[in-house]
Design a protein around this ligand. Structure first.
Ligand code: G3P
Length: 198
């Protein structure tokens, strides 16, 4: 129906809002795309601007995922669609010429709303990997791969498993360059980068 289409568009547009870019430019006069991994997510925002910028970016990006699901509540299959569209918006933003982020925080927001226990397990796994390796990308890739597996283990409905598989593929495929850097031992750790823009 028309209202489904409009809500779907809204989920995509919300997901498209590049919070890392907006917060960096508005409050720190910095385009995070010029530094570090050049990514717009909370990880690279932390590298470039620190936690006071990264935390709001993480919360905004997660909120976009929650919002994409929430606008379709309580229709389970449409909620999955809203979540995927928020992730698509974040990864291929209409405001950034269809470029964007990796969909980790936004995907986590979707999971928190849909499957809180699974989201907590994935987040805890991510946190342990990041703590010990300092490679956020590695935590994100493994955390994402866990999503469909845990959905099967917890006996979630068929479409949840399909959603979890697609969402995990989105996240992992967006980490293509990170995977190549990890294999070459050239991946950037999560630590503050020096900037030569003084
Ligand atoms: O969420 C993105 C993270 O997994 C990697 O970010 O900036 O290190 O490519 P980055």
């Amino acid at each position: 129906t028309l209202s489904t289409f409009l809500f779907a568009l809204l989920a995509y547009l919300l997901g498209s809002i590049p919070s890392g870019l907006i917060i960096g430019k508005l409050f720190f006069n910095t385009d995070v795309r010029q530094y570090g991994s050049k990514n717009i997510g909370a990880t690279n925002t932390y590298r470039v601007l620190g936690m006071k910028a990264a935390l709001p970016v993480f919360l905004c990006d997660a909120a976009k995922g929650m919002a994409g699901v929430a606008i379709f509540s309580p229709e389970p299959n449409l909620m999955l669609l809203g979540g995927i569209l928020a992730m698509v918006g974040h990864n291929w933003s209409v405001f950034l010429g269809f470029k964007g982020g990796r969909g980790v925080a936004t995907g986590l927001g979707v999971l928190i709303y849909l499957v809180p226990v699974i989201s907590a397990i994935c987040f805890a796994t991510w946190a342990v990997i990041v703590y010990f390796t300092k490679y956020v990308s590695l935590g994100s890739i493994i955390g994402a791969a866990l999503v469909p597996i845990l959905m099967i283990v917890f006996g979630e409905p068929f479409w949840y498993i399909i959603f979890g598989t697609v969402a995990a593929l989105f996240v992992i495929l967006r980490h293509r360059e990170n995977i190549l850097r990890l294999l070459r031992g050239k991946e950037l750790k999560v630590e503050r980068t020096e900037r030569d823009d003084s």
